[in-house]
Design a protein. Sequence first.
Length: 307
Amino acid sequence: MGPKVSIIIPNYNHAAFLERRLQTVFQQTFQDFEVILLDDASTDRSQELLKSYENHPKVSCLLVNEKNSGSPFWQWQKGIAHARGKYIWIAESDDYSEPHFLESLLRKMNNTTGICYAQTVDVDEKGNTLSNRVVYTEDFVPNIWRADFEMQGNKFIEKYLSVKNVVPNASAVLFKRELVDQTLFSEMLLNMKMCGDWFFWVKLSEKTNVAFVAEPMNYFRHHAAISRTHTTAAKKRRRLLEEAEIRKYLLGKLNLYEASSNRRLLKKWFRLHPITAMFSASFYKMGHSIDDKFSLLLKFLRFKLKN
């Protein structure tokens, strides 16, 4: 019989934070778990450090890529494929948690609830508190994240995930492995770098109830190398493109988005995008067809003429 929880720790160049991440995993008050370590061709001393834990009694395997995958979601897929537990915790290598994290979230799991996540605190490189994520959801009235809750997954999508990603950090989430089928890791998800986690939670929430624990038990570290840092126009454009893909999915599958929402997104994207980039092959790697190309170009030209 396998462990109850599989803890997947995907790493890339987070040697400075790995020790604390690993210790807050191994010191959980709930101990029926395995740890799956992954490294995506790090260039710092991460691999040396991870190999020192390879024979730890809780570590079931260490998977090291010779070449960087280019997307964290390839690592998620690989880790889940090796998991034996009923539940999955993707414990990002630069984050850390309270010791009772697993114990608290497992109490909320039942036959109808397959996702549970805890409140997150943003911290800096040294672990100093930046903010509590309850502030991130204050634009919802009422702000339901001020207390524990449980709700049907499609309602959670319609009221909250359709607006923005209200699951701010994968490290805060525990979910049932059975929710992940072969279709979840689609080409669309695997090509994402910015918004893939948002799409992942949408897809899981379609199948189950979602629970939340308001106690802050997850610490989301912000530092220079974090993949979500939108420091350049190119990264901002990519973020908007990926968001557009998610909105397109929700519009087609769940009929949740109005055209006005997509127009606002398009305007934000056009403000960041020079006209020459419309003819760049790199843009169309996102999966846009020839028809999409000309449609976007026409919309872009109309937008420029009006603005």
